[in-house]
Design a protein around this ligand. Structure first.
Ligand code: HEM
Length: 522
């Protein structure tokens, strides 16, 4: 019987092209209609919805969401005087945007089983297919392993890792600038590629350790892998989820970056486990692979594939947002060179003081980073959560399960009631009015979290990597400022483009670097 079905299928595929095309079209239209109807049934109530998912133009509107989501969200936020929640149909569900202080606090503070951040991320990143089978779930239900590794162990080791990070930064700059071309005494490089190379040189060492970061091809494979994940996940998001098990492996298999990365990591994991089991302490390690192994306790957590998937997951979480932030730092320094001399003075002063934490009193640097991040978030939305149980916001908006909820972070950063003169870049915005107050008042740090400034997510469960990000980015900025002069090749080439709610820096921008004559030798 099975043979008969295959023969019929073969016949249709070979001889009935027209019927086949019509069949595919009919199934697609039926799927879309069913989908629109289901989306309509689960629409949020008591809230303004910016457009209707069941209109015949839905597919075009999906394109609008893909290409213009940050602009649509900004308009929706401003139209209502920043004071009311609103909803937009995204790609198969509604995203409700919480705008009032009470709504925002509720979205930040309410978690599983009502609202879920991991589920929103799983839907988006298709972890199982893009992170070597890694899934959040029963094996480590509260993500305690990555939390301990990043929030406790990595943060604790930052002072001892400082020289290692510094040498990786130097290596990253040399590698990126080595590929540049000479222009009027400067070296011209792609701003994005420079940032990626420096950040990934550093992250690969911190996460995968000395041995792998020195292995030829490992850093480049890591860069290719994170690019592949973003492209694969975003394409799968546009298609019916039933196609993910087919499309995702095909796309991830095209350059084989995930498998190659796993091939680099697996023998190292196995060797480290062997050493742990035989109590061989002849070598010590200070990297995330080691801390993941030490933090994994149950047999399921300690399975090699799970340990490799967990490592790859952390590598992915650490990569693209950090390099995008470095691009925006470069743009800000080039567009506002007036901040370069005071930043250099602050660095020189703190070097003379030789304090244990060299960044503790670099107040301007913290304020500068807070301002760069305020105006250049990597996403238009923050605190993105999937609604798992029916949920009503304090303002009365009712959201059925299956929808998304989030805070319009980028739009809020331009709200004059929260940040006066919001469109102006002011690197001193987060500093007290008088310099003397820096010694007596609590000064804003780049790692601070608050309901007003949600760059790191919800205050009670914010990004665990923020201390590493802050520390590492400050080291990169200090290295750049003290060793190089730099300027953009074309100042107007620093725009951004968006794909759904992700905001990317322009890939065409180029930057010119030249060694400073009186380099401090950092
Ligand atoms: C500029 C760089 C970064 C930004 C802007 C950023 C921002 C965020 C945000 C907004 C969240 C979501 C929190 C939530 O809504 O619950 C998050 C989660 C997370 N981040 Fe980061 N992040 C950055 C870098 C990193 C790095 C370098 C690491 C790892 C070393 C990391 C590890 C994580 C992890 C593991 C989570 C999930 C936390 C959870 O499950 O609750 N991030 N990050």
């Amino acid at each position: 019987m099975l043979q008969g079905i295959f023969q019929q299928l073969r016949f249709v595929l070979l001889n009935r092209h027209l019927e086949l095309a019509l069949g595919v079209l009919t199934v697609s239209v039926l799927l879309q209609l069913t989908h629109s109807f289901c989306t309509y049934l689960s629409r949020p109530k008591n809230v303004r919805i910016l457009s209707k998912p069941y209109s015949p133009l839905t597919w075009f509107k999906n394109f609008d969401f893909i290409l213009n989501a940050p602009r649509t969200i900004l308009r929706g936020y401003q139209d209502r005087g920043h004071a009311q929640a609103f909803a937009i149909p995204s790609l198969g569900e509604y995203t409700v945007l919480a705008c009032t202080e009470d709504d925002i606090k509720a979205v930040c503070d309410i978690d599983e089983p009502v609202l879920s951040f991991p589920e929103a991320m799983t839907d988006r990143l298709k972890n199982y297919w893009t992170m070597y089978g890694f899934q959040v779930g029963d094996i480590d239900p509260h993500s305690s392993i990555p939390m301990r590794v990043i929030k406790v162990l990595l943060r604790m080791h930052l002072p001892v890792l400082r020289p290692v990070i510094e040498s990786r930064i130097r290596q990253g700059f040399e590698k990126a600038l080595g590929k540049g071309c000479r222009v009027d005494g400067y070296t011209s490089v792609s701003t994005y590629m420079l940032s990626r190379t420096v950040i990934d040189e550093m992250n690969v060492r911190i996460i995968l350790g000395d041995e792998l970061s020195e292995k030829p091809g490992c850093v480049d494979t890591a860069i290719r892998y994170t690019e592949d994940v973003v492209v694969t996940a975003e394409i799968c998001r546009q298609l019916p989820s039933i196609l993910t098990p087919v499309i995702a492996p095909l796309m991830m298999g095209y350059r084989r970056s995930m498998q190659k990365l796993a091939d680099f990591i697996t023998p190292v994991v196995n060797e480290r486990i062997r050493r742990q089991l035989t109590m061989d302490t002849s070598k010590t390690y200070d990297d995330c692979i080691q801390w993941i192994i030490e933090s994994s306790r149950t047999p399921a957590q300690r399975a090699t594939k799970r340990l490799v998937g967990q490592t790859i997951g952390i590598l992915m979480a650490s990569s693209y947002q950090m390099s995008m932030t470095l691009v925006y730092v470069l743009y800000a320094l080039c567009h506002h060179p007036e901040y370069i001399p005071p930043l250099r003075d602050e660095i020189t002063r703190e070097r003379h003081n030789q304090s244990e934490d060299p960044f503790k009193k670099m107040y301007l640097l913290d304020s500068f980073l807070l301002e760069v991040a305020r105006l250049n978030p990597p996403e238009a939305l923050t605190v993105q959560k999937k609604v798992k149980l029916p949920f009503t916001l304090p303002s009365g908006v009712y959201i059925p399960p299956g929808n998304l909820i989030a805070v319009p972070h980028q739009a809020r950063a331009r709200n004059p009631d929260i940040f006066p003169n919001p469109d102006q870049f002011d690197a001193r915005r987060f500093l007290p009015k008088h310099e003397q107050q820096c010694e007596t008042e609590a000064i804003a740090k780049f790692t601070d979290v608050s309901y007003r400034y949600l760059y790191w997510g919800p205050p009670k469960k914010a990004c665990p990597g923020r201390w590493y990000v802050s520390h590492a980015l400050k080291q990169v900025i200090v290295h750049m400022l003290m060793n190089y002069d730099f300027k953009l090749e074309n100042k107007s080439d620093t725009g951004v483009f968006s794909w759904t709610t992700i905001i990317f820096p322009s890939p065409t921008s180029r930057i010119l670097f030249r060694r400073r004559e009186r380099s401090s030798g950092n």
